[in-house]
Design a protein around this ligand. Structure first.
Ligand SMILES: [Zn+2]
Length: 256
């Protein structure tokens, strides 16, 4: 791919013209590599079928949830773009860390994204008194995170920056997959070792007409405890938490 890079508007991520001139990053083996992440909210299309008020509330909820996710980003991770119900995050070599440290950081962040999403969803549920379709369906929203490592070509059209390449296509294809759930981490074999993830992932192979067979690992995540549709808008979550704490204290006292 580097052979094709001559135009100044085209550069391979982390490995463009600067790399050919002895960029120190290249000496550490970063190559033209980039980590590509998609944090995608499931349950969003339901909102689009609703009326105008519901669409507005649904979009507000999605925006709040995605903002909670991107607050977890640390250099060199950055938002490349928002894609409807998803945020496309990239990480190139940069900052103070080595590329290996960056891999570990991103690996930890995959779980942090889910936790931040869940916390924001609980917060929204607690403060929301609306009974429109979008708000009532809030509890059905879940986050999945897809991670891949590969090569991407960065190019500009005027003031706009884009990423292209087979790996960018691949990570988007993985949004449709055979994972039996809606809340999970899905990581390609190409990224798995780099992200230093644990051994609690299942192995699978996804098949696509254009990108072929992709070995992956995935980890299903438990639904957010106590967040059922009914409870969301019928109960006072604060009261419930107090009762739970009281119950735990009582149990503790009895044991003593
Ligand atoms: Zn509403």
């Amino acid at each position: 791919m580097n052979d094709a890079v001559h135009d100044e508007d085209l550069e391979t991520v982390s490995g463009g013209p600067a790399a050919a001139q002895g960029d120190p990053h290249m000496a550490e083996g970063a190559g033209g590599e980039v980590v590509l992440l998609l944090a995608d909210i499931s349950g969003y299309t339901r909102f689009m079928l609703a009326n105008r008020t519901e669409m507005a509330h649904g979009q507000g909820i999605i925006t709040d949830l995605l903002q909670a996710v991107i607050r977890q980003l640390e250099i060199p991770m950055e938002v490349h773009k928002f894609e409807g119900d998803a945020v496309f995050i990239t990480a190139e070599f940069g900052g103070a860390q080595t590329w290996e440290e960056t891999g570990r950081l991103i690996g930890r962040k995959l779980h942090a994204f889910i936790e931040a999403f869940d916390a924001a969803l609980l917060n929204l549920a607690r403060s929301n008194a609306c009974h429109c379709g979008a708000c009532d369906n809030m509890a059905k929203l879940t986050l999945k995170v897809i991670a891949h490592k590969g090569i991407a070509l960065r190019y500009r059209i005027g003031r706009f920056e884009e990423l292209s390449g087979a790996d960018v296509i691949l990570v988007h294809r993985l949004l449709k997959n055979s994972v039996p759930g809606t809340k999970y981490l899905l990581v390609t074999e190409a990224a798995f070792g780099f992200l230093r993830l644990g051994d609690d992932f299942e192995r699978a192979v996804e098949r696509y007409d254009d990108v072929g067979e992709i070995p992956v690992r995935y980890k299903l995540l438990a639904p957010l405890h106590g967040l059922s549709e009914h409870r969301l808008h019928r109960m006072n979550l604060g009261d419930s938490l107090r009762k739970m704490r009281y119950g735990a204290r009582t149990l503790f006292t009895r044991k003593r």
